[in-house]
Design a protein around this ligand. Sequence first.
Ligand code: ATP
Ligand code: MG
Length: 389
Amino acid sequence: MEKVILVRYEEIFLKRSNRNVFENRLIRNIRQRLESLGNIRVTCSQSRIYIEIPDEDFDLVEAVERLKKVFGIASLSIVHKVPTDYEIIKTSAVSIVADLLSRYHYRTFKVESKRADKSFPLNSPQLSADLGAHILRNFPRLKVDVRNPDFVFYIEVRESTYLYSEIIPAAKGLPTGTGGRATLLLSGGIDSPVAGWMIAKRGVEVDAVYFHSPPYTSERAREKVVRLSEILSEWTMGMRLYVAPFTEIQMAIHQKCPQEYLTIIMRRYMMKIAERIARNNGSLALITGEAIGQVASQTMESLLVTNSAVSLPVYRPLIGMDKNEVVSIARHIGTYDTSILPYEDCCTIFVARHPATRPSLEKTLDYESVLDEEQLIAKALEQMETIIV
Ligand code: ATP
Ligand code: MG
C-alpha cells in the first residue's frame, strides 16, 4: 500500500478561465513548501492534486502542517493508494481499519464510496454496503451508524483506488501569487499581522514595512516584528520586511505640530512612506490593521485624514471586526503569542494625552505644512533596511 497526500481545492475555480494558472501555481507552491522534506512527486488529475511520498522516512506530519498553510488548499487527506482490484481493496481496508482501531476507541463507522471509474462492477451504494459488511465481518465489535459515526471509511475508485478515513481542513483562499502584491504596515500589535494574513489569503503576495523609532522603541520590539513576519511567511511563502527609521520624523512632528495632531500626522507619514515603498516593489495596495473606532486614530474622521495622505488603495480587512474576532484569527494563524509579548512602544512622549478624535483634514494639512516632508521621507527611505524573510 502506497501512501499519498490527496489535496483538494474548491472546484468553483474550475469554472473560471484561469483554471490552469490556478492549478499550476498551487502545484508550484506545494512543491516549494515541501522541497526541503524530500523528493516528492506532485501530479494533478480530475481536479485533485496527489503528492506521492518518496519513502518511509518522509516526515508526513511536518508535510501536513506545512500544507495546512498553503493558500488554495481546501482540505487534505493521507490516503492509501491501491490497485483497483476488489480483493486487494478489501484486504487493504481491513488492515487500515485494524490500524485505526489500535489507535482510537472507535465503535461506529460508515463507508462512503465514490466510483469515478464506471467500469468497476459495483456502483457507489453497492460498494458502501458490501465493503461495510466486509469490515463488520472482520471487526465484530464495530457497528454501522450512518448518521453520526465515530469514523468514516472513504473509498474512491478511480484509475487507482484511494482509501482514507480523515479529511483535514486546510487554509482555503487562493494560491499565493495569483493576486498581485500589496504592502502591509506591520506593527508589533495583534491587528496588523491578521490584516496581512487576510489579504494574503486571497492569493496576494505581501511585503511588510515596520517603522522603528530607536531608542524609543527597543531592539526587542524590532525583533518581535521580525518574528511576526517569519510566522506570516509560513503562509505567505516568504516576504520582504522593510525596517524604516522613524525617530527623526517623530521628533520633527513632536517639535513642530500641535500635540493633539501628533498621532494623526505620524500615521500620515507612515502611509506616505509605505506608498513610496509600494510603488517601488510593484504593490497595488497598502494594508493596515485598522478597525473603526478602536482607538482615537481609527475614528472615521481620523481614517479619512490618514487615507488622504496616499492615493493607492488601502485595504483594511479588519475594518468591521471586533477585537475578539481579530484575536481568534491571530491565534489560528499563530501570531497571537508573539503579538502580546510586552515589548510595545515605550515612546510615551509621542503619545498625546488628548489626541484629536475628530481631526480635520484642513487643519492637518496646515499643521504639517511646516515640516520638510521631502527631506524627511527621502532620508527614511535611504536609511531603510530590507530583510528577506
Ligand atoms: P496593531 O495591533 O496592528 O498594532 P493597533 O490597534 O495598535 O494595531 P495603531 O497602533 O493605531 O492600532 O495602528 C494602526 C495600524 O497602523 C496598524 O494596524 C498598522 O497597520 C499600522 N502601524 C502602526 N504602527 C506601526 C509601525 N510602527 N510600523 C508599521 N505599521 C504600523
Ligand atoms: Mg499598535
